[in-house]
Write a protein that binds this ligand. Structure first.
Ligand SMILES: Nc1ncnc2c1ncn2[C@@H]1O[C@H](COP(=O)(O)OP(=O)(O)O)[C@@H](O)[C@H]1O
Ligand SMILES: [Mg+2]
Length: 247
C-alpha cells in the first residue's frame, strides 16, 4: 500500500476521532480491516494462536493497571480479529461488572448476562448473544450487582468458564483494571492467561510493575503485552502493538 493511501486509512483509525465520537462509535465502525490496527491485531493473534496450539490454552482475560487504558477496545478488536480470520467459534464475555461496555461496543441492548449466570438465575448458554459475525458471540455483563468481587470469587465462575470452553474454541474476558479492585486478579487465575494492556506514554512503569506483580503472585501467566498508542507517543503504525512479555 502506498504511503498516501496508508495515511488516508489511518485517518479512519480510532485515535483520529474526537473523544465524543469514539465513545459513541461501536466496534464495527471502528474496525477497518486494512488499517494498521487491524494488521497489528492479526500479528498479535498469530503469536497468540501459536502458543494456544502448543500449550492448549483457550481462555484469556484482558486487563491493565488502571481504568481507561483500552482494555475493552483491545478485547473487542481481538475478538473481531479471531472471528474474521479464523474459522473458530469465539465468545467475548463482559466481566467488568463495575464499568461494563461490551454491550455498547457491539450495539446490544443490556439484557441478562454474566451476573445472572453467576447468581444461578440463568444458564450461561442462554445469555449468549449474536453479533454481525456468525462465529463471534458476546455475553454482556448482566444486571448490576452490589458485590462483584464476591460474585467473581464463587465456584460458579469455574463452572461457567468450563461450560463456555465446551461450546467455544476461544473464550475472551474483558474485565476491570488490576490496581483499584481485585476482580481481575481473581478471575485471571481461572483462565489460561492474561493479555495486559498498557497505554504508551501514560501508564507509569512502576504502576505496570505493581499490577503485573499482583498477577504473578496469583500465579497468573501474562501471555502478552498490548501497547495502546492512544496518546500517539509512538509512530502511528504502533497504534496497537503487541510484544512478548518481558522486562
Ligand atoms: N488507541 C486508542 N485511540 C483512541 N482512543 C482510544 C484508544 N483505545 C481506547 N480509546 C478510547 O478510550 C476510552 C477508554 O477505552 P476502553 O477500551 O473503554 O478502556 P478500558 O476498558 O481500559 O477502561 C474509550 O472511549 C475508547 O474508545
Ligand atoms: Mg473497559
Amino acid at each position: 500500500m502506498s504511503e498516501r493511501k496508508q495515511k488516508r486509512r489511518q485517518t479512519r483509525d480510532i485515535e483520529q476521532l474526537p473523544a465524543g465520537d469514539r465513545a459513541s462509535r461501536n466496534i464495527y465502525d471502528i474496525y477497518d480491516e486494512e488499517s494498521p490496527i487491524a494488521v497489528e491485531f492479526r500479528r498479535a493473534y498469530a503469536k497468540l494462536s501459536y502458543r494456544m496450539k502448543q500449550e492448549n490454552r483457550r481462555c484469556f482475560l484482558f486487563t491493565s493497571a488502571m481504568p481507561g487504558e483500552g482494555k475493552s477496545t483491545a478485547a473487542s478488536l481481538m475478538a473481531l480479529t479471531i472471528a474474521r480470520y479464523r474459522n473458530t467459534k469465539t465468545v467475548l464475555v463482559d466481566a467488568d461488572m463495575r464499568r461494563p461496555s461490551i454491550h455498547r461496543m457491539f450495539d446490544l441492548k443490556p439484557r441478562h448476562g454474566l451476573s445472572e449466570a453467576l447468581l444461578g438465575e440463568a444458564d450461561i448458554i442462554d445469555t449468549v448473544r449474536d453479533t454481525r459475525y456468525d462465529n463471534l458471540k458476546v455475553i454482556t455483563c448482566g444486571k448490576h450487582v452490589s458485590g462483584p468481587t464476591i460474585l467473581l470469587q464463587a465456584d460458579k465462575v469455574a463452572e461457567v468458564l468450563s461450560e463456555l470452553k465446551f461450546y467455544f474454541d476461544t473464550v475472551l474476558l474483558d474485565t476491570t483494571p488490576v490496581l483499584p479492585v481485585s476482580d481481575a486478579a481473581q478471575l485471571a487465575s481461572e483462565t489460561d492467561g492474561v493479555l495486559f494492556v498498557v497505554m504508551a506514554g501514560v501508564t507509569q512503569r512502576d504502576v505496570v510493575q505493581r499490577a503485573t506483580q499482583i498477577l504473578k503472585d496469583g500465579r497468573v501467566d501474562i501471555m502478552g503485552l498490548i501497547v495502546n498508542n492512544a496518546s500517539q507517543v509512538l509512530p502511528y503504525y504502533y497504534s496497537y502493538n503487541y510484544y512478548d512479555y518481558k522486562y
